[in-house]
Each structure stands twice: as structure tokens, then as C-alpha cells.
Design a protein around this ligand. Structure first.
Ligand code: SF4
Ligand code: F3S
Ligand code: FES
Length: 250
């Protein structure tokens, strides 16, 4: 008689795959805490799950007061930037199997903490608005489209990918030291329009970025480029804006 091993049920397979994840989370509740404190949690999850899933498990099964932002859960909206094991990352695109089962999670730095992992993004968005991140075009194309060549489009293609997550700005040592600095994310937003052949507002934006709080505060530390979850060459974009100011050429 041939003995065959009975096939494992999909449920048993799943249980076998589970790993224990240890989270150390920096908490702060302005209503009860005088200063931030650390709290630890353990959850069981699949290695293919994301850091965001770990936070959801804690919130939904252990402590409903844990507070963090998220929306799309797919790396598109930019709302769940946090410091994970010392680096700025989006919780929704980092898998446990890649990042490990010991997680230290803190709010992004340089912006005021409102509660737990939620920071006040208003100063960040105010800096974004300050560079006029929209098309300024004086001519009226009527019913025609504003055309440009592929070559023209390529000049700012990289900076169109920004999702305003703030990973870059809140990893910049210059920004930590002086929050007046407009920051890399705002410069990326400005770059996207400065180098757009259809736009007429380049000089205005360059004048804004040539001020004391502008682009020359950058000391090329590259933290921003390393932190960008969209792979944007942030420091290169900043250098292109600096050169456009220095050589008066877009
Ligand atoms: Fe986020 Fe990258 Fe945009 Fe900075 S440049 S806000 S890191 S997407
Ligand atoms: Fe800061 Fe990036 Fe410049 S980290 S110093 S903005 S290269
Ligand atoms: Fe939207 Fe992570 S939740 S980018």
C-alpha cells in the first residue's frame, strides 16, 4: 500500500507562515502626556504583510487609541510617512519580510507632533504653496492643447512623481535646524513647473527660491534623495534650480 501525505489545508499553510512582529512605537497624547513615551506591542502576521498592516492590527485588536494617518495604502497618497527603524518611509509599501520583525516607529521629525504618529503638516504645505506649484500661462490657447516635445517633457518628468509625503523635507538636517528653510519637497514642486516649457512663472519662482529661506540653504547632504519613496532625484533637482538662478538660465 502506498502512503501519501495528506495535503495541508490552505489555512494550515497560512498559520505556518505567520511571524511574530515586535513593535516599539513612540506615543504622545497631548491630553495625558507631558512628553513622548515608548510603548511596545506584539502581533502575528504574514511576512508578506506591510508595516501599515502591523499598525492596523495593533489599533484594531490591542489599542484603539493608537493614532496615525493613512489613506490609499498603496504608496500613492503620501499620508503615512513615518520613521521606521531610523529611516523615513511609507508604512504601506514596506513589507515585514524586507524590513524585519523588530520595528521601531516614530513620527517624522521637524514638524510638531499632534498625537502619536500624526504631525502637523500645515507648515510643510504652506512651504509647498509658497513656490506656486501650478501652471502659470499667460497665453490663451483657445480650444487647442498646450503642446510640447518629448524632450521638453523629459526635463521635468522626474519631479512630476512627487506625492508630497514629506519624507525628504523631514529627513533634511538643514530643515531640522531651521524650519524657515523651504525644504526639498517645495523645491521639487517648483522644479516641476520651472522647467515646463508651457509655464510662464519660472522667474517668479526662482526669485522666491533665491531668498534667504530658499534653495541655497541646501548643503547637498543627500538625505532627501535617499528618503524619497518615489525614487525622485531630489538633490539633482535642487542643483538644477540652483544653476538656473546662478546662470539665469532655465
Ligand atoms: Fe515625498 Fe519624494 Fe515628494 Fe519628497 S520628493 S515629498 S520624499 S515624494
Ligand atoms: Fe537637505 Fe537634501 Fe539639501 S537633505 S541639505 S535638501 S540635499
Ligand atoms: Fe497612501 Fe501610504 S497610505 S501612501
Amino acid at each position: 500500500m502506498t502512503v501519501t501525505e495528506s495535503p495541508a489545508t490552505p489555512k494550515a499553510d497560512k498559520a505556518k507562515e505567520l511571524v511574530r512582529v515586535h513593535l516599539r512605537i513612540k506615543r504622545y497624547d497631548p491630553e495625558t502626556d507631558t512628553r513622548p513615551r515608548w510603548q511596545e506591542f506584539e502581533v502575528e502576521m504574514s511576512p508578506g504583510d506591510r508595516v501599515l498592516d502591523a499598525l492596523h492590527l495593533v489599533k484594531w485588536t490591542q489599542d484603539g487609541t493608537l493614532t496615525f494617518r493613512r489613506s490609499c495604502a498603496h504608496g500613492v497618497c503620501g499620508s503615512d510617512a513615518m520613521v521606521i527603524n531610523g529611516e523615513n518611509k511609507l508604512a504601506c509599501i514596506n513589507l515585514i519580510k524586507n524590513i524585519g520583525t523588530d520595528l521601531t516607529i516614530e513620527p517624522i521629525r521637524g514638524l510638531e507632533v499632534i498625537k502619536d504618529l500624526v504631525v502637523d503638516m500645515e507648515p510643510f504645505f504652506a512651504q509647498h504653496r509658497s513656490v506656486m506649484p501650478y501652471l502659470i500661462a499667460h497665453d490663451d490657447p483657445g480650444y487647442k492643447e498646450r503642446l510640447q516635445t518629448q524632450e521638453d517633457r523629459d526635463r521635468f518628468d522626474d519631479t512630476t512623481k512627487c506625492i508630497l509625503c514629506a519624507c525628504c523635507t523631514t529627513s533634511c538636517p538643514i530643515y531640522w535646524a531651521n524650519s524657515e528653510y523651504v525644504g526639498p519637497a517645495a523645491i521639487v514642486s517648483a522644479h516641476r513647473f520651472i522647467f515646463d516649457s508651457r509655464d510662464d512663472g519660472a522667474q517668479e519662482r526662482l526669485d522666491i527660491l533665491n531668498q534667504k529661506s530658499g534653495v541655497f540653504r541646501c548643503k547637498t547632504s543627500f538625505n532627501c534623495t535617499e528618503a524619497c519613496p518615489r525614487g525622485i532625484k531630489v538633490t539633482q533637482a535642487i542643483e538644477e534650480v540652483k544653476r538656473a538662478i546662478l546662470y539665469d538660465r532655465v
